[in-house]
Design a protein around this ligand. Structure first.
Ligand code: HEC
Ligand code: HEC
Length: 84
């Protein structure tokens, strides 16, 4: 092994270590129940932005507040994936 091989190997192992250390994805997906089914359809036909327009009709309203510590609730589908 040359010095260069060793450096390449070390960098490669470093990348793998970072990937393994990344937290498991825990953000809940867009539910597939009847309430949310139409948003899956809009998402597939017209994309995230078109579907997201409706989320706040229910979420964030009185009685359906976002959980404490929820990130800034915009662009819902970037975090709550519609495809699985
Ligand atoms: C008509 C009202 C309504 C609309 C509009 C709506 N939701 Fe919901 N959503 C609910 C209700 C009620 C629940 C809780 C019961 C359930 O899981 O269906 C819920 C639950 C959720 C959950 C939690 C799932 C879990 O596993 O805990 C997520 C995430 C979510 N909705 C995302 C969205 C997104 C993103 C949109 C927009 C594309 C959206 N919702 C539009 C009513 C709505
Ligand atoms: C930056 C990423 C991000 C964005 C944008 C986002 N969320 Fe969330 N959301 C999360 C995470 C992470 C959780 C889980 C947090 C927790 O459990 O405290 C969560 C939790 C929720 C829950 C509760 C699930 C439960 O089981 O209690 C609902 C409902 C929800 N989000 C709806 C939405 C809606 C609707 C939008 C858009 C208006 C949105 N979120 C935008 C990351 C995001």
């Amino acid at each position: 092994m040359t010095k260069r091989d060793i450096i390449t190997l070390a960098v490669g192992l470093g990348v793998v270590a970072v990937l393994l250390a990344a937290p498991e994805e825990t953000t809940p997906h867009l539910p597939t129940d009847s309430t949310h089914e139409k948003f899956h359809q809009i998402f597939r036909a017209e994309g995230k932005k078109a579907a997201e327009k409706f989320c706040k009709d229910c979420h964030g309203q009185e009685g359906m507040e976002f959980p404490e510590g929820h990130p800034d609730p915009n662009r819902c589908l970037f975090c709550h994936k519609a495809n699985r």
